[in-house]
Design a protein around this ligand. Structure first.
Ligand SMILES: C=C1C[C@]23C[C@@]1(O)CC[C@H]2[C@@]12CC[C@H](O)[C@@](C)(C(=O)O1)[C@H]2[C@@H]3C(=O)O
Ligand SMILES: O=C(O)CCC(=O)C(=O)O
Ligand SMILES: [Fe+2]
Length: 323
């Protein structure tokens, strides 16, 4: 069975709502329709019955908490893969500590000595996890291409299967921010990871059973995403917006801290190789929908991303001039 989300009702501030849900064990044609609709309307959906084993997930979560539970001095030995509060290099801050690693199995195998001597065998577990979520990302991208009528159905997935793919894996750990307010009814939530879109093709995200992720609808309404540790959440990234010539939208999202509990998320960002030119397949460009973006390489886009702040929009720098 495939469930489609009820439309969110616009109201003030943040509204509880459902996000689109895709049952990946459902009939392929149905799955494809729900995915494409979700990517057009939200740039975001939840995947259940994804086929990734509980063991791979549980071992990654155990190893991640094991790493973040280490003394700060030890964690800092894993820098620059390890970071705390500083996001990027342009002054963005959040209530988060993280590990940011290249997702090629080889580079995970070479992560710093602190991690490699970890008794929980973080390297091995992260490699297995990365392989599993990469395969899920590829299957999703192939279903999308089929439904969009792209003749070469591997046109998106090939980029992240490529041995030179620039994909990354990120573990985010949000410690609880203790509520010191005398008025017990008020909850202090702080920004863990500020508003942004993911620059890559597709993000496969999972968290423990603690809420915090919020997505923004195209009309600016923020929706909290109910945590479901048995599911994966999928974000359309900027590159997929370009490769669908604007038919899919990259989702703006943020993560808030919880006042009592630790939250940990693991995000796989599927990216092309650096030299890859990003251009929409010809079927996505018609006289009615002319090409919105000029061709550019992932290296150019990444450079622009890293020269900007977290919340900045970068896609408009690559738009074709209006005729
Ligand atoms: C402030 C920044 C951190 C970031 C690079 C950037 O300059 C703008 C985008 C940020 C982001 C968001 C999604 C991913 O978490 C990330 C790894 C990415 O590719 O773009 C981060 C970058 C980062 O933390 O290095
Ligand atoms: O922690 C989360 O749920 C979101 C993290 C995120 O958006 C990111 O790492 O890019
Ligand atoms: Fe993100």
């Amino acid at each position: 069975m495939v469930l489609a989300a009820p439309k969110a009702m616009k109201s003030e501030g943040i509204i509880p709502s459902e996000v689109p849900v895709v049952d990946f064990s459902g009939e392929r044609a149905e799955v494809a329709k729900v995915i494409v609709k979700a990517c057009e309307e939200y740039g975001f959906f939840k995947v259940i019955n994804h086929g990734i084993s509980n063991e791979v997930i549980a071992k990654t979560e155990e190893a991640g908490f094991g790493f973040f539970g280490k003394p700060m001095l030890e964690k800092k030995m894993a820098a620059p893969a390890y970071g705390c509060k500083n996001i990027g290099v342009n002054g963005d801050m959040g209530e988060v500590e993280y590990l940011l690693l290249s997702a090629t199995t080889d580079s995970i195998a070479h992560i710093s000595k602190t991690i490699s001597t970890d008794p929980l065998n973080l390297r091995k577990r992260l490699s297995a996890y990365t392989e599993a979520v990469k395969e899920l990302a590829c299957e999703i991208l192939e279903v999308m291409a089929e439904e969009l009528g792209v003749p070469d159905t591997r046109v998106f997935s090939r980029l992240i299967r490529d041995g030179e793919s620039d994909s990354v894996l990120r573990l985010n750990h949000y410690p609880p921010i203790i509520n010191r307010d005398k008025d017990k009814s008020s909850q202090i939530t702080k920004v863990g990871f500020g508003e942004h879109s993911d620059p890559q093709i597709l993000t496969i995200l999972r968290s423990n059973d603690v809420g915090g992720l919020q997505i923004s609808l195209p009309d600016g309404v923020w929706i909290p995403v109910t945590p479901d540790p048995s599911a994966f959440y999928v974000n359309v990234g900027d590159v997929l917006q370009v490769m669908t010539n604007g038919r899919f939208v990259s989702v703006r999202h943020r993560a808030m801290t919880n006042s009592h509990k630790c939250r940990m998320s693991v995000a796989y960002f599927g990216a092309p190789p650096l030299h890859q030119t990003i251009v929409a397949p010809s079927v996505m460009v018609t006289p009615q929908s002319p090409s919105l973006f000029r061709p550019f390489t992932w290296a150019e886009y990444k450079k622009a991303t890293y020269s900007l702040r977290l919340g900045d929009t970068r896609l408009q720098l690559f738009r074709n001039c209006k005729r």
